[in-house]
Design a protein around this ligand. Structure first.
Ligand SMILES: Nc1nc2c(ncn2[C@@H]2O[C@H](COP(=O)(O)OP(=O)(O)OP(=O)(O)O)[C@@H](O)[C@H]2O)c(=O)[nH]1
Ligand SMILES: [Zn+2]
Length: 306
């Protein structure tokens, strides 16, 4: 997405400047003599998703992020597929994911333990932090993940509590948080992307509500997000085991032994199918563009043709 101007942070505060290159929030901008952005420093990490509307184009949501805080309300039988998809997005960015279980004050006491266990099983290798904005001490582990100079981005469904978490982290009301609609569907409360400095060191990026996240080129991220299944599958008798009825299947054995949730295997399959589908679409788009380019070259080299 090419932008004609962008907002950069300067020692004197934010400034809107023209740009000749596509920039993402978190980029380090290089300014030329005329004061316009003429380049960006190489990115250490990149959070990518499919363009809005599911077009086969990639969109960089944020750059140079160190920690991706996947936000989801703490509840029993939460939408784990959505959490796992965001964790795959986080892993594929190159940043360290963190699972922030928001609004823990709304979770009935009896459900807290089981809900946290479900989150932990959906997030191998990821720290799970329950937080509530009603108790500022609960965000301490998140602050610890940012200090002293790291950048954290929040991702999660609209209404998941991203802006509220950021407010709690900076200890103020810098971002507007929206009222959730009475029908419980929530609404798009943040319409911009913002980079905020935390008084204690580090930076926060708030992205607009991600209702649907299309993964792109995230096979490694999906592998990392499902490292438990990837590791189990390595012990299957057949290297191409489909974990259906094959003999010596370590994945099915883990499900039968109660160590792996059958639903998680299903969700893993679903994400893999989606990735394969997206890869085909990207291929098809690349081929169609190559055809158009060649047609144009052929027309230009033979002006007599229509
Ligand atoms: N009870 C309670 N409510 C919370 C908590 N955190 C957020 N909320 C409420 O949940 C609603 C949504 O919170 P936001 O922080 O605006 O959610 P968001 O993820 O930033 O939403 P978008 O900007 O749409 O992406 C608001 O009404 C908040 O007041 C919490 O810890 N406890
Ligand atoms: Zn198997």
């Amino acid at each position: 997405m090419e932008r004609k101007s962008c907002v950069i942070a300067t020692p004197d505060g934010p400034r809107t400047v023209p740009t000749t290159v596509a920039v993402a929030v978190g980029d380090w901008a290089l300014l030329d003599g005329a004061g316009q952005v003429s380049g960006i420093r190489p990115r250490s990490t990149e959070i990518r998703r499919l363009g809005v509307g599911g077009q086969a184009v990639e969109q960089v949501l944020a750059a140079n992020v160190d920690v991706v805080a996947v936000c989801a309300p703490l509840e029993r039988d939460a939408r784990l597929g959505r959490v796992e998809r965001l964790l795959a997005l986080a892993w594929s960015s190159g940043a360290q994911p963190l699972l922030v279980a928001t609004k823990s004050d709304l979770c009935p006491a009896d459900d807290v333990g089981p809900a946290l266990s479900q989150f932990a099983a959906s997030a191998p290798g990821v720290e799970v932090v329950p937080v509530t904005v009603t108790d500022p001490a609960t965000v301490e582990p998140v602050l610890a993940a940012i200090a002293p100079d790291r950048t954290l981005v929040t991702v999660g469904a609209s209404g998941a509590g991203k802006s509220s978490l950021i407010n709690a982290l900076i200890g103020g009301a810098a971002l507007a948080t929206g009222e959730v609609r009475q029908d419980g569907k929530g609404r798009h409360t943040t319409a911009w992307r913002e980079l905020v400095e935390i008084p204690g060191g580090g930076c926060l990026i708030d992205t607009p509500g991600l209702r649907a996240v299309g993964l792109t080129d995230a096979a490694d991220g999906v592998d990392a997000a499902f490292s438990d299944i990837t590791e189990l599958a390595a012990a299957c008798r057949f290297t191409d085991c489909g974990h259906e009825t094959e003999p010596g299947c370590a994945v099915r054995a883990a499900i039968e032994g109660g160590e792996l949730d059958a639903g998680r295997l299903e969700r893993h399959r679903k994400l893999q199918r989606e990735l394969a589908y997206q890869a085909r679409r990207f291929d098809a788009r690349a081929q169609s563009e190559a055809r158009k380019r060649w047609a144009k070259i052929a027309r230009n080299s033979n002006p007599a043709r229509p």
